[in-house]
Design a protein around this ligand. Structure first.
Ligand SMILES: Cc1ncc(COP(=O)(O)OP(=O)(O)O)c(N)n1
Ligand SMILES: Cc1nc(C(=O)O)sc1CCOP(=O)(O)O
Ligand SMILES: [Mg+2]
Length: 339
């Protein structure tokens, strides 16, 4: 009787684990179009089924879902209502992990080696959950604009942002070195609202605390700022973290450290920032070797943007060429047409 009930628990939890994995696998495949992630998940699901295949007979004999007292509970339960795909993913990763843990514990009574195998599969699911979160955290491709009143010919950052959005920009970063903090916070709150209303991705430069305060989509830090691993601890798993890099070594390290995207530059000489230009070779290195999103930046203008776009960066970022333009909206439109 006891052993039949153990197999019943194992049976129910193997099904639960595989169903949970199947849900995230299908989202990876059909929503995120990430074949690699879907295939890793499928691999774990198949290997769980394969390593427990010899238990099939016992599992079927023990199956008795009509008498399962949990069925009534789960039918009348509204706790599993979900309001976003992310919540569904998180819940199904947890479901798979918890179910595998139960299988593992029960197998300790009958097959210790198999219990260890299942433990291994559970750890794979933890790793895949981390990678999944990383996969979700990706900036939109396209044109990336940065604010800066100093270059804006008398217009304020909010006016510039409205114009950039009217021109169809995909990403906006708030970067403002000149203002008192309180003023910046008010401006950031307003720009955050405008970006949200217009479905434009919003990133805050330097200020991790303000990025958290306004629930920005991302935060951007430099080589001398807080380390990526510490930023991640502060901002949690959902916020994008961008890191400036100026050499292949810094780019490779940024990937290892868990940056979600990197700035690659300054490609051409610029007066917007006091960093020597690194040239197109570094952009070429990134195109060939860096498999996270990267943004080409630094000295990029309408007249040289062709040299950037032929090297196929994930995104292109211009500051003074956009906010310094007489007609920001028209300039954004021209740049977009050029890339
Ligand atoms: C997209 C992007 N790339 C690089 C930078 C520069 O960041 P950082 O090195 O921290 O310098 P400041 O911008 O803070 O002066 C960036 N902001 N955005
Ligand atoms: C803010 C910034 N960061 C850079 C980097 O390479 O890290 S270059 C840069 C300034 C880019 O401005 P513009 O488009 O006016 O040259
Ligand atoms: Mg910075």
């Amino acid at each position: 009787m006891v052993s039949i009930n153990i197999f019943r628990i194992i049976d129910a939890n193997l099904n639960r684990a595989c169903e949970g994995i199947r849900v995230v696998e299908d989202v990876a495949r059909f929503i995120y179009c990430n074949r690699e992630m879907a295939s890793h998940l499928r691999g774990v699901r198949h290997s769980i089924r394969k390593s427990t295949d010899h238990l099939k007979g016992n599992l079927l004999i023990s199956r008795d879902s009509i008498k399962d007292v949990g069925r009534v509970i789960s039918r009348s339960n509204t706790l599993d209502k979900k309001e976003s795909i992310d919540k569904i993913i998180n819940a199904n990763f947890k479901r798979a992990q918890e179910a595998l843990r139960t299988v593992e514990e029960m197998l300790k009574l009958t097959d210790y080696n198999l219990s260890k195998e299942i433990e291994g599969e559970r750890f794979k699911i933890y790793t895949l959950e981390k990678e999944y979160n990383r996969m979700k955290r990706s900036i939109p491709r396209g044109l990336y604009g940065i604010t800066g009143e100093k270059f804006a010919g008398g217009r304020n950052n909010i006016e510039c942002v409205r114009e950039m959005i009217a021109g169809g920009i995909e990403v906006i970063q708030y970067r403002e070195k000149e203002k008192p903090l309180r003023e910046k916070i008010e401006e950031i709150k307003e720009i955050r609202k405008i970006c949200r209303e217009n479905n434009v991705f919003f990133i805050v430069n330097d200020h991790i605390d303000i990025a958290l305060l306004v629930e920005a989509d991302g935060v951007h830090v430099g080589q001398k700022d807080m380390h990526i691993s510490d930023v991640r601890r502060l901002v949690g798993e959902d916020m994008i973290i961008g890191l400036s890099t100026h050499s292949p070594e810094q780019a490779k390290q940024a990937v290892l450290d868990g940056a979600d995207y990197i700035g690659v530059g300054p490609i051409f000489p610029t007066t917007t920032k006091d960093t020597p230009s690194v040239g197109l070779e570094y952009l070429e290195f990134a195109t060939k070797n860096i498999d996270i999103p990267f943004v080409a930046i630094g000295g990029i203008k309408l007249h040289n943007i062709g040299e950037i776009s032929v090297r196929d960066p994930y995104s292109i970022c211009l500051v003074s060429e956009i906010v310094g333009a007489e007609d920001i909206k028209a300039t954004v439109e021209r740049i977009k047409a050029a890339i």
